[in-house]
Design a binder for this molecule. Sequence first.
Ligand SMILES: CC(C)(COP(=O)(O)OP(=O)(O)OC[C@H]1O[C@@H](n2cnc3c(N)ncnc32)[C@H](O)[C@@H]1OP(=O)(O)O)[C@@H](O)C(=O)NCCC(=O)NCCS
Length: 147
Amino acid sequence: MELINTYPVKKSDLGFHGNLFGGKALAWIDASAAAYAMQVCDTPRVVTIKIEECLFKKPAKEGQLLKVYGKVHNIGNTSVKLYIEARAHNVYTGKQTTVVSTYITFVRIDEEGNPIPISERVKIKYGFKIPPKQTPDSSGGFDIYNG
Ligand SMILES: CC(C)(COP(=O)(O)OP(=O)(O)OC[C@H]1O[C@@H](n2cnc3c(N)ncnc32)[C@H](O)[C@@H]1OP(=O)(O)O)[C@@H](O)C(=O)NCCC(=O)NCCS
């Protein structure tokens, strides 16, 4: 998984019980995942269509870092599905515990907000499409001399 973003957990980010407020964590996760989706899809025009179940397994506390990690789970025609994990990082020990994990899907859109296909290059790069076979002509061309 790739580290996408790091947020220091401040007093103003906490909820009633001294834990990082869940809505804050979700906003950070959505923003981080969107940035990652833009990078993956080679375009700034992506929108969140779906955030799947979010399981808040452990709390994050003031003074810790919330580190957001991600990886590409699937690329469809117009959408990319990411697996996202946010971990509380203890700066003194370097120990990390997973706070929340989920899958988030983004759709590539045009200027009018309509879905458009993710480029073939991106699909090939992430292994969701087999590259077309190279013919002698497409690879620059070569001649076999039979003389
Ligand atoms: C994203 C949006 C443009 C898609 O339009 P749409 O008419 O629903 O598009 P489609 O039905 O053609 O689906 C587009 C993609 O979304 C996927 N999708 C649609 N519904 C889905 C669902 N319930 N779960 C997962 N993926 C879904 C489709 O499978 C398709 O992906 P694919 O081409 O890789 O197969 C539209 O739903 C929208 O504008 N939503 C609001 C986005 C938003 O404001 N987000 C919050 C702020 S970023």
